[in-house]
Design a protein around this ligand. Sequence first.
Ligand SMILES: C[C@H](O)[C@H](O)[C@H]1CNC2=NC(N)=NC(=O)C2=N1
Length: 111
Amino acid sequence: MSAAPARLDGEALTAQLQALPHWRHAPDRGGLIVREFVFADFVAAFGFMAQAALHAERMNHHPEWFNVYNRVQVTLTTHDANGLSAKDIEMAGLMDRLATALGARAPASST
Ligand SMILES: C[C@H](O)[C@H](O)[C@H]1CNC2=NC(N)=NC(=O)C2=N1
């Protein structure tokens, strides 16, 4: 039985989140991060989900996500840590790179 992943908190978490500017940190349920990806169409959005799913299974770390047409809303948290862990940071970065490669639109710059 592998130990629960270490929960990220405080300055360590803040530093990690600075590299993920498109993700919103919410304190819900101990801590989670959320991002919406917007693609050209449904097929591109689903292609993103299909590829991300393979990484999620390989990492044994599964997103909570919602898809409607060309949009995919992703919430990442680590249930076993009741908050955020390195796995969420790794998955978020992976999703950002994958979405960019698949032509996701840059998010509206948050002012
Ligand atoms: C038993 C198995 O390792 C756990 O349930 C894994 C599976 N996928 C997971 N996914 C996420 N997001 N958080 C977890 O804590 C988690 N735990």
